[in-house]
Design a binder for this molecule. Structure first.
Ligand SMILES: Cc1cc2nc3c(=O)[nH]c(=O)nc-3n(C[C@H](O)[C@H](O)[C@H](O)COP(=O)(O)OP(=O)(O)OC[C@H]3O[C@@H](n4cnc5c(N)ncnc54)[C@H](O)[C@@H]3O)c2cc1C
Length: 396
């Protein structure tokens, strides 16, 4: 039986970053994923990316996440490939209620970058390759776990692996969570999101914006050059209808529905995703720990999902480092509870804030509509509070 300090199930953006972060502490790590990133991205040459079109799955990565990823030497490769910085963040319903947040407010050069998820993941995998204390099993699948007070034995395909700590970073439908019998609370938002990659008339933008139209927001995330990722939130039926249109038909719908500031666009690719909120009832159960979407799936409205995941990784790295430094066992209940305590309240606050905004903007008319527009109007003029809100959203 192979033995490791930590076994991580899931090598997405969060799992792969966790492997690098904990390997830095000298722990012996194994990571399992059913899939591997494209082999060309894991090879030495970086020029392969120039031949690849933009992937549909992109994320707004906050300044706070960037700084953490930079420390782990994951961020530099992402920038070498491609990413688009944004300096401004605009939100409005009606012209009068426009609120804009600017990086100058928090004395930073930018607020974050829009990054293709698979590039960030691949960069973390490249860093894993540089760490002799990380073993990767992929493609491989978690079959079962056997939890004991002081260890977990996991069956990975036909292999048995012993670990002191089992980390579930296997996404929203986490098998680790299910096998550890950790329940969740949550609901289906009755909304879907369509991601649409477009070629834009305008040069690269330095703003990411969100426009609320009758409770159903649309958003623009800039990509390098004349490219952008659009997000259209709406009822699942509407999104399904849009998904079945040809690119040319969808293009016309976008021009009719999105704000005029978009200019001419050409649709390149599209896909729809259901929106669910899910929160694990525990992040820690015995020697099992959940991180990222396995612990919490959040409404993507404010682009916080994976940023919260990176905060989980940072917190876990810090509590384990402190434990090792003070002679405590890094996988003891006392140590792991510190991680849960730090992360649960912060994640809950962000999830609840997103839901309040989402529900507030869902009301199509009446006093709530007036209030939210007054809220945005006021937000534009809030001064120091506005700066604090912005710093929090940027993970600073
Ligand atoms: C429409 C949309 C837009 C979004 N926009 C943003 C944004 O702008 N900013 C932001 O911060 N977040 C955003 N998010 C959220 C973000 O995409 C997620 O938070 C993030 O992908 C979660 O990463 P993860 O590594 O936790 O999980 P995942 O990305 O789901 O990775 C899980 C990994 O586990 C592996 N796996 C699964 N099961 C097993 C198994 N049994 N055995 C082995 N491996 C397994 C999978 O192959 C995968 O590699 C958005 C989400 C959506 C749906």
């Amino acid at each position: 039986m192979e033995r490791f300090d930590c076994l991580i199930i899931g090598g997405g953006m969060v799992g792969a970053t966790t492997a690098v972060a904990l390997a830095e502490l000298g722990l012996k790590i194994a990571l399992v994923d059913t899939h591997k990133p494209q082999p060309e991205l894991l090879a030495e040459a970086s020029s392969f990316i120039d031949t690849q079109d933009f992937n549909l799955r992109v994320s707004a990565i906050s300044l706070g996440s960037e700084q953490f990823l930079q420390q782990l030497q994951i961020w530099q490769q992402v920038l070498e490939w491609r990413a688009c910085p944004y300096r401004r963040l605009g939100v409005w319903e009606h012209g009068m209620s426009y609120a804009e947040f600017h990086c100058d407010q928090i004395k930073q050069s930018h607020l974050g970058h829009i990054v293709e998820n698979h590039l960030l993941q691949a960069s973390a995998w490249r860093q894993m390759q540089n760490k002799p204390n990380i073993t990767v099993f992929a493609p491989a699948n978690l079959q079962a776990i056997d939890c004991h007070p002081d260890k977990v034995i996991a069956r990975i395909d036909d292999k048995e692996i012993y670990c002191e700590l089992l980390l579930g970073a296997d996404g929203g439908n986490s098998n680790v969570r299910r096998m550890a019998e950790i329940g969740t609370s949550g609901w289906d938002y009755q909304h879907s999101a369509m991601l649409i990659n477009v070629i834009t008339e305008h040069e690269q933008q330095d703003i990411t914006w969100q426009h609320f139209i009758d409770g159903a927001p649309v958003a623009m995330l800039p990509l390098p050059g004349n490219r952008a990722s659009l997000v259209w939130y709406d009822k699942p039926n509407t999104i399904n209808e849009l998904a079945n249109l040809s690119n040319a038909q969808l293009q016309q719908k976008i021009l009719d529905h999105f704000p005029k500031r978009l200019g001419q666009i050409e649709v390149v690719d599209k896909a729809a995703f259901p929106l669910v909120r899910r929160h694990a009832n525990q992040y820690v159960k015995g020697r099992v720990v959940l991180l990222g979407d396995a612990a919490h799936s959040i409404n993507p409205l404010a682009g916080q999902g994976v940023n919260l995941g990176f905060k989980d990784v940072k917190a876990l790295q810090e509590v384990i480092a402190t434990a090792i430094g003070s002679g405590e066992h890094y996988a003891s209940a006392k140590v792991l509870q510190r991680y849960e305590k730090q992360r649960r309240n912060d994640n809950l606050l962000m999830m609840t804030t997103m839901d309040l905004i989402y529900r507030g903007f869902k009301q199509p008319s009446g006093p709530i509509k007036l209030l939210r527009n007054l809220g945005l109007f006021g937000a534009q003029r809030l001064g120091p509070i506005k700066d604090k809100v912005l710093a929090y959203a940027c993970g600073l």
